[in-house]
Design a protein around this ligand. Structure first.
Ligand code: FE2
Length: 258
């Protein structure tokens, strides 16, 4: 089985990058499942039902989220209709949507879990370590895939070591900067500390450079407008052995629009 994992989609430029590349990569690489972080896809914060549908039409199979899951008004009312989405299983409010979903791919049960980090993050209800332990005990799946949406590299790496023997893929998201540490941990789990983003390349993690500079330098309360211009596409392709359900390779993708 081959899985394409796509980093945080930021605003219109990010959505364009997904539309330009995911279906093509899916076909060229014979991808069986596409998991994409969509928590910044609606103008940098949150997601709407329309954008959810747009990402699925671009070839995404499951959308993971993060700290901005509920940033757009009324998502709580429609999230239960969005059955190809997972939201952090350990983040308030807990009553809307699901933190883990099991999908069938090539006759295998694949569980996709979304968690939020505890370090430097808000609204975390319990350490991701505790939530993951419960999910592994409760969910019946052949393959576990996790998106740990977290700020601290140390937390994401420690989490990976804790669960590598029971998960096939653990990726980090949220920083929007791709790390070059893709690897197979414990001969079992494909991992990368952060997938990076799909969004405007000339930006400060997706935001307009001048506005962010004014905020840092002059303490101005700028709006953090999403940057425009050429895009970057970041992600990874993981191959999982069909006999053992162990990850055997991880390839990092980073493409810049010319
Ligand atoms: Fe985030």
């Amino acid at each position: 089985m081959k899985v394409l994992l796509v980093g945080d989609v930021v605003g219109a430029v990010g959505r364009k990058m997904v539309a330009d590349h995911v279906l093509r990569i899916k076909e060229e690489e014979k991808i069986d499942l596409v998991v994409c972080n969509g928590e910044n896809s609606a103008h940098g914060k949150g997601i709407t039902k329309k954008i959810y549908a747009q990402l699925l039409n671009s070839g995404v199979d499951v959308i993971t989220m993060g700290n901005h899951t509920f940033s757009k008004k009324n998502l709580e009312e429609v999230i239960d209709e969005m059955d190809q989405m997972v939201r952090p299983a350990n983040m308030q409010p807990l009553e809307f949507g699901k933190g883990c979903r099991v999908v069938e791919v090539n006759q295998k049960k694949v569980a996709i879990t979304n968690l939020i980090g505890e370090v430097f993050m808000v609204n975390c209800t319990e350490p991701p370590f505790d939530t993951m332990e419960k999910i592994l005990n409760e969910i019946d799946a052949d393959i576990h895939i996790v998106d740990l949406h977290a700020e601290a590299t140390s937390e994401k790496i420690a989490f990976t070591y804790e669960f590598a023997q029971r998960c096939s893929i653990i990726v980090g998201t949220h920083t929007h900067v791709q790390t070059a540490d893709e690897r197979i941990v414990d001969d079992h789990c494909a991992a990368i500390t952060d997938l990076g983003m799909c969004g405007p390349y000339h930006s400060v993690i997706g935001r307009d450079v001048d506005e962010v500079l004014r905020r840092f330098k002059n303490k101005e309360h700028t709006r953090f407008t999403i940057a425009e211009g050429k895009g970057i596409f970041c992600g990874c392709i993981v191959e999982i052995d069909d006999d053992t359900n162990k990850a055997v390779s991880i390839k990092r993708i980073q493409m810049k629009e010319q």
